[in-house]
Design a protein around this ligand. Structure first.
Ligand SMILES: Cc1ncc(C[n+]2csc(CCO)c2C)c(N)n1
Length: 227
């Protein structure tokens, strides 16, 4: 079995928990509160900024043009395309996208971003692929499942979101898996164990990100801004 298939198998219970999460079920049923959508977009806007910066760190560690191009294309994708699902949530919540930008991170978004940053700064390309993979992989599978289950028409509030993630093929997930599998051939069992740990923590953090948005997670004590 390929290394990426092993990763998917080890994470299966986390993937199932994500599919069953009330926020994901809320996308399927068109049933989420405006505050939950707003909290998600505020946090995800910041998450995507960090994600692009991590791609930049990845590029600084590449030893060939093909890998540089792969990461560079993803920066463009996040900049220009990932705004569509965010706009869908903003329209349903009745707010503009610009109103939701520049907010501080909540605990789970903070934890997830710091996990990716630490691995990206200390590791090499295999480490970075392993820590980033759950992001495209869980969304591609959520999208595919919701598209098959809901078959949303244009009257469904989250029609655009479901089509965006479910409509494409596995795209970047397959590309990352193929590259990781190639690189994993020359890694020791101990190194692969470390990559597995990075991957599983990111899968857990994908779950926590949905949960953060659903429960409007915030820091336990509010610090008022000084006048
Ligand atoms: C918490 C969180 N996880 C995954 C995505 C989805 N996503 C973000 S960037 C990207 C493309 C990777 O190159 C994909 C699929 C998200 N928006 N927020």
């Amino acid at each position: 079995m390929s290394f990426s298939k092993q990763l998917r198998q080890e994470a299966d219970s986390i993937f199932e928990a994500i599919f069953a999460h009330p926020f994901v079920r809320g996308i399927a049923n068109g049933d989420l509160q405006a505050e939950q959508l707003i909290h998600y977009v505020k946090q995800d806007f910041e998450y995507l900024n960090s994600f692009m910066q991590i791609y930049g760190t990845a590029i600084s560690k590449c030893d060939n043009r093909k890998d540089m191009q792969m990461f560079n294309e993803q920066i463009s994708f996040v900049l220009h395309s990932e705004i569509h699902p965010h706009n869908n949530f903003c329209e349903v919540a009745g707010v503009t996208y610009e109103q939701l930008q520049g907010f501080p991170l909540s605990p789970s978004a903070h934890h997830y971003i710091r996990h990716m940053l630490t691995v990206a700064q200390s590791g090499g390309i295999p480490d970075i692929l392993a820590v980033l993979l759950p992001c495209p992989w869980t969304y591609a599978e959520i999208g595919k499942r919701l598209l098959e289950e809901v078959k949303p028409d244009s009257s469904h509030p989250f029609h655009d979101w479901i089509r965006f993630y479910g409509g494409g093929s596995m795209g970047i997930t397959d590309t990352f898996c193929e590259r990781l599998d190639e690189l994993a051939e020359s890694l020791s069992e101990q190194q692969k164990q470390k990559l597995t740990e990075y991957f599983l923590i990111s899968c857990h953090m994908e779950y926590k990100f949905w949960d953060m948005a659903y429960t409007l997670e915030d820091w336990p004590v509010k610090i008022e801004a000084k006048a």
